[in-house]
Design a protein around this ligand. Structure first.
Ligand code: ARG
Length: 460
């Protein structure tokens, strides 16, 4: 069955049908296509195209189709052009002649927009749920080691000591912004396009607000040309998917390093690592490497659709059928990565003594010393220079901060008072960073509490 053909003398060639068909990927829109068509049947009844009885018959036939569509064999062997054609054919096979009116005043151009919006709205909700679970797991991991000290890095060089929960809360912030971006994308998706026709607006006086209410949309689109031409709402989701992927990839990269023998900070669970077919000792962080790898693929989906859209004249062009595979792939991969990341987070066992030793044996306290000198009245440039000279001298002599004490420091320079000497311990220096957003223990405890409350709001 075709939804067109009257003006053709010959049917499409086999190669064109094979090349242009989309059922093998848009078949997953079957359920939303049916739900959209049920709402459309009710709209047709309201404008008098369908009688109440015809409408009820069609809606019931669609209900039966929805059940069939949930079975894996539903698409088996079908050769229809796309999912919209398939569903109308199935309707005509089950409901008979009454189905002849179902496409009155409707175009597949608006239907595909409607279907993708309905489908994506649900996928966004599912992704948001997974994101919230990941946020919860990050907080739980932070609370398991509330006092652990790690060196923070810039340039992958030890920079200043921070609390382990402070480090994890950085990722909490990134993923919390991602949750906001998902919600923002959902708002753009949650707009009802039917009534736009092919491009010029439908020739039938549909009550568009009633259709929107029927399908749970918050508002209706404002311009019919825009509806046929627009895939911004897909791009908005893909942008949110991209920043999720970006943040997951950076977390993965951190932990591939931190769980290595070179760092030795953490152990990943056996359940999320794999061995080597040749080297018996290996325990590889494949789950994290795949998250990092798939993030590139998710980013490519965004590029793919942007490039597809950039040169298209208004309004619909068949190029736009190429929106679906990248969208579907990004949705699947983001969900998979979020689920995997959460399992990794839940499996982590921190070895707090190792990052603590890494902080103690390096000079991450140098800034604490310089700032303490400045607080005691030494101009910062001089304080910086003095702390720098202490580091240089120590590096030359092979000394760590712990090799110094109040007496030897005062002998090095009288400006190093006993109070300042206490900052040779990185955990002490952190106490000077009780500023909001800083790594001071009280600030971090408050941030953890606040994060817990924010997550509860997100989940509500
Ligand atoms: N399968 C098409 C798509 O995904 C549906 C719209 C077809 N419209 C058309 N004018 N050929 O874009």
């Amino acid at each position: 069955m075709k939804l067109w053909g009257g003006r053709f003398e010959e049917g499409p060639s086999e190669v064109f049908e094979r090349f242009s068909g989309s059922l093998h990927f848009d078949g997953r829109l079957a359920d939303v296509d049916i739900r959209g068509s049920q709402a459309f049947a009710r709209a047709l009844e309201r404008v008098g195209i369908l009688t109440a009885e015809e409408c009820a018959q069609i809606v019931a036939a669609f209900d039966a189709l929805r059940e069939q569509a949930a079975q894996p064999e539903f698409l088996g062997g079908a050769t229809d052009e796309d999912v919209h054609t398939l569903i109308i054919r199935k309707l005509s096979e089950t409901a008979g002649p009454v189905s002849e009116k179902i496409h009155t005043g409707r175009s597949r151009n608006e239907q595909v927009s409607l279907d993708v919006r309905l489908w994506l709205r649900e996928r966004i909700d599912a992704a948001a749920g997974l994101l919230h679970d990941l946020l919860g797991s990050l907080l739980a991991l932070a609370r398991r080691y509330p006092t652990a000290v790690i060196p923070g890095y810039t340039h992958l060089r030890r920079a200043q000591a921070v609390l382990w929960p402070h480090y994890l809360l950085a990722y909490f912030e990134m993923f919390a912004r991602d949750a906001e971006r998902l919600a923002e994308a959902r708002r753009r998706v949650n707009v009802m396009p039917l009534g736009s026709g092919a491009l010029a607006g439908s020739g039938f006086p549909f009550d568009r607000d009633a259709i929107a209410r029927d399908l749970g949309f918050a508002e209706v689109t404002r311009n019919s040309l825009d509806v046929s031409a627009d895939r911004d709402f897909v791009l908005d989701f893909l942008h949110a998917a991209n920043t999720i992927a970006l943040h997951l990839s950076r977390l993965a990269e951190d932990w591939i390093l931190y769980s290595s023998e070179e760092f030795g900070w953490m152990e990943l669970g056996d359940g999320v690592t794999s061995g080597s077919s040749l080297m018996p000792q290996k325990k590889n962080p494949d789950s994290l490497e795949l998250i990092r790898g798939k993030s590139g693929r998710i980013m490519a989906c965004y590029q793919s659709l942007l490039i597809t859209m950039k040169g298209l004249p208004l309004t619909y062009n068949r190029d736009m059928q190429e929106d679906k595979e990248p969208l579907f792939d990004a949705v699947d991969q983001v969900a998979g990565c979020l689920e995997m990341a959460r399992a990794v987070v839940d499996s982590v066992v921190l070895r707090p003594e190792n990052p603590r030793a890494a902080a103690e044996e390096s000079w991450v306290i140098a800034t604490d010393l310089a700032e303490a000198l400045a607080r005691a009245g030494t101009p910062f440039h001089q304080a910086h220079k003095l702390a720098g000279r202490l580091v240089l001298e120590s590096v030359r002599a092979g000394k760590k901060p712990a090799d110094w004490n109040a007496e030897s420091l005062a002998a090095f320079d009288v400006r190093f008072t006993p109070a300042i000497a206490r900052l040779l311990d990185p955990a002490e220096g952190m106490k000077t960073r009780e500023i909001r957003g800083g790594t001071g223990p009280a600030a971090v405890a408050a941030a953890l509490d606040e994060a817990g409350r924010r997550l509860a709001v997100l989940r509500a």
